[in-house]
Design a protein around this ligand. Structure first.
Ligand SMILES: *Cc1c(COP(=O)(O)O)cnc(C)c1O
Length: 230
């Protein structure tokens, strides 16, 4: 039985220590608890330990848990692949979507965002290592996509997200994270002050220290909070 409360204490300490090592304030970094495949009961344990933001990958499962936990004061982030026929569920149920990987998906999310809700915060997923198996914008097409998507009324373009190839050492891990941060800086040179990207969604259980060293503002942690997924 993983002890979720204890795990959150340990992960929070890692985040804080990595921030301080990088000369950053721990307050700049959101610990997003990735609760895919976990029960509402496990999520309640994390809420009791102070977590307020959760990441989900599978829409049907997520929507059920969002309904079960509707009385809790928590925010939901969609981080899984978004099919174009499922955009409405994302637009209606989440505060954030990190995995926007096509212009068409962004357009649909913008059109379908209910007018009573604030704009949906989004990140563009970037295929930072150019892997055939991964989705995301190619590095060289991301800026043009950002300049188009920043105009869409139902959305607030916040930043970039990546899932780099797993690397065994810190020195190898930082390469892709630095590339994503550099890309964010380049795109910001083309955006107005009010539009500048303030978010880098990067770093998971095994590489959050390297991600924070390169400017991550959201680390997405599943395994090291909830235990190994079966
Ligand atoms: C599952 C998942 C995570 C969490 O990964 P862990 O290694 O369990 O921390 C983070 N981001 C995305 C996009 C995921 O699908």
């Amino acid at each position: 039985m993983p002890n979720i409360e204890n795990n959150i204490t340990l992960v929070t300490a890692r985040v804080n220590q990595a921030a301080i090592a990088a000369g950053r304030s721990p307050d700049e970094i959101l610990l997003l608890a990735v609760s895919k495949t976990r029960s509402a009961e496990d999520i309640r344990s994390a809420i009791n330990a102070g977590i307020r933001e959760f990441g989900e990958n599978y829409l049907q499962e997520a929507v059920e848990k969002i309904a079960q936990l509707a009385a809790e004061n928590v925010q939901w982030h969609f981080i899984g692949p978004i099919q174009s026929n499922k955009t409405r569920l994302v637009a209606e149920n989440f505060r954030w979507a990190h995995s926007v990987d096509r212009l068409k998906i962004a357009q649909r999310l913008s059109e379908q965002r209910p007018s009573g809700l604030p704009p949906l915060n989004i990140c563009l997923q970037v295929n930072i290592d150019n892997e055939a198996s991964k989705s995301g914008f190619a590095t060289e097409e991301t800026e043009a996509a950002a300049l188009a998507i920043v105009q869409l009324p139902g959305l607030k373009l916040r930043g970039l997200m990546a899932i780099p190839r797993a690397e065994p050492t810190y020195d190898q891990q930082i390469v892709a994270f630095r590339a994503l941060a550099d890309l964010r800086d380049r795109i910001n040179q083309s955006l107005d002050n009010s539009e500048k990207l303030d978010t880098l969604s990067m770093g998971m259980s095994s590489d959050l220290e390297a991600a924070i060293s390169q400017g991550s503002t959201i680390v997405r942690v599943g395994t090291d909070i909830f235990g190994k997924r079966t």
